[in-house]
Design a binder for this molecule. Structure first.
Ligand SMILES: C[S@@+](CC[C@H](N)C(=O)[O-])C[C@H]1O[C@@H](n2cnc3c(N)ncnc32)[C@H](O)[C@@H]1O
Length: 345
C-alpha cells in the first residue's frame, strides 16, 4: 500500500516535468485508490484557480516540448487507441449515455428542461435535416459507435441501405448482435472505400480520431466514395486557435494516439478534395458532458463493480476537463455539410 502510494507520488513528479501540470494532476487523481468525490472533483477542475497556476498550466510544457511528446504518443496505431478508450465495457457506457440510442457525442439541449434522451434526439433530427434525405439513400456512418444514428434512421423509416464502420470490437458486437445493424470492423482512415458508392456519408464524433497528417487523404476518399450530388455531414470538435495547446497532451490520457486538428485545416482539406461547404454551425458540448457526469455519479457503485475504481476515476476526470476545454474555447463543436457537385447539373 505504502509503496503504491510512493510510486504514485514519484510518477506525479516525473510527469509534472515531462508533460506539465494538467496531465500530471489529472493522472494523479485518476490513480486515487478511492473514488473521487463528485462535487469536490467538479469544483477542483472548474472552480476558481490562482492565476499563476492557470498560466503555468497553459504555458508548460512549452509548445516545442509538447510537439515532441505528442509525436511520440501519436505513433500508436489506431486500433489500440480506440480499444483503450471504447473497449472498456458496453454495460459501463450504458450507465451514463442516453438510454434510447446510446449516443456518445454532443447532444442538442433546446432548453434546460430537456432530458439527455430528448437532447440526443434533437441532435439526431438536426443531423437528419442536414443530410436532406428522401428515405432511399445509401448511407455510410463513419465511426458509428453503438449504432445510435443508424438506429434513429431506422426508427424514422429510412428505407435505403445503412452501413456503419467502427474500430471497437465491443461496439461491433453490440451493433451486430443486439441491434442487427450492418456494421463492419473497418478502419475508415486506412481502409479503401468503394468509389461512387454512397449518396450520403456522415460521421458524428469520429473525425476527432484522425491525425493531422491523415486528414487530406481522408477527405479525398470520402469525396471519391460519394456519388455526384452526394453530401457528407460531419459533427466534430476541432482546435480554434493553436495546433498544440497544453490540453492536447493531457487529452492523451483519455484518447491515446489521437490529436485534434485545427478547424481551418478541416475546411481546407474538404475544399481541396473538391467539396463545397454549405453549412458550418457551432454547438455547445457542455450540457451533454455535465449530464454524463451526473449519470455516472448516480451509478458509481455499478460502475466500480463493472470497471474498477481507476477507470471510474478516469471518466470522472475526463468529463470536467472536457467541460473546461469547451468553456475556455480551446475547441468548438461543429456540424459541417459538404456537397460534391453534381457535374450533370
Ligand atoms: C465518440 S464515438 C462516436 C460514436 C457515434 N458516432 C455516436 O455519435 O455515438 C467515436 C467512434 O469513432 C470510431 N472510430 C474512431 N476512429 C476510427 C477509425 N479509424 N475507423 C473506424 N472507426 C473509428 C470509434 O470506434 C467510435 O465508434
Amino acid at each position: 500500500m505504502r509503496s503504491a502510494s510512493l510510486q504514485r507520488y514519484s510518477q506525479f513528479a516525473s510527469e509534472l516535468v515531462e508533460f506539465g501540470p494538467l496531465y500530471a494532476i489529472a493522472n494523479f487523481r485518476i490513480q486515487s485508490p478511492l473514488p473521487l468525490d463528485p462535487s469536490g472533483n467538479w469544483e477542483f477542475w472548474n472552480g476558481q484557480r490562482p492565476a499563476w497556476l492557470e498560466s503555468l498550466a497553459r504555458a508548460y510544457p512549452p509548445e516545442s516540448k509538447r510537439k515532441i511528446s505528442l509525436d511520440a504518443m501519436l505513433n500508436r496505431d489506431h486500433a489500440s487507441g480506440i480499444e483503450a478508450h471504447y473497449d472498456v465495457s458496453n454495460e459501463f457506457y450504458a450507465l451514463f449515455l442516453d438510454t434510447k440510442y446510446r449516443f456518445y457525442t454532443c447532444a442538442e439541449f433546446l432548453s434546460n428542461q430537456d432530458t439527455l434522451e430528448e437532447a440526443q434526439t434533437h441532435k439526431a433530427e438536426h443531423i437528419r435535416s442536414l443530410l436532406k434525405l428522401n428515405g432511399n439513400e445509401n448511407i455510410l456512418d463513419l465511426g458509428c459507435g453503438w449504432g445510435a444514428m443508424l438506429k434513429y434512421l431506422q426508427d424514422v423509416g429510412h428505407q435505403g441501405a445503412l452501413t456503419g464502420f467502427t474500430l471497437s470490437k465491443e461496439q461491433l458486437a453490440y451493433d451486430q448482435q443486439t441491434l442487427g445493424l450492418d456494421v463492419a470492423l473497418t478502419n475508415f482512415i486506412t481502409d479503401p472505400f468503394e468509389p461512387d458508392a454512397y449518396d450520403r456519408i456522415f460521421s458524428i464524433g469520429a473525425i476527432e480520431h484522425v491525425k493531422p497528417a491523415e486528414l487530406a487523404a481522408l477527405y479525398q476518399k470520402i469525396y471519391d466514395a460519394l456519388v455526384p450530388g452526394g453530401l457528407a455531414v460531419h459533427q466534430f470538435f476541432s482546435f480554434g486557435h493553436e495546433p498544440y495547446p497544453a490540453s492536447s497532451v493531457c487529452l492523451q490520457l483519455f484518447f491515446p494516439g489521437s490529436l485534434l486538428v485545427m478547424h481551418c485545416k478541416h475546411l481546407e482539406a474538404a475544399k481541396s478534395a473538391g467539396f463545397r461547404i454549405t453549412h458550418d454551425s457551432i454547438h455547445d458540448y457542455k450540457p451533454t458532458i455535465r449530464a454524463w457526469y451526473d449519470r455516472l455519479v448516480e451509478n458509481r457503485k455499478a460502475a466500480q463493480a463493472l470497471v474498477g475504481t481507476e477507470v471510474y476515476n478516469r471518466y470522472m476526470t475526463f468529463f470536467p476537463i472536457a467541460w473546461l476545454f469547451f468553456q475556455q474555447q480551446e475547441a468548438d463543436l461543429h456540424r459541417v455539410v459538404m456537397e460534391k457537385l453534381d457535374v450533370e447539373r
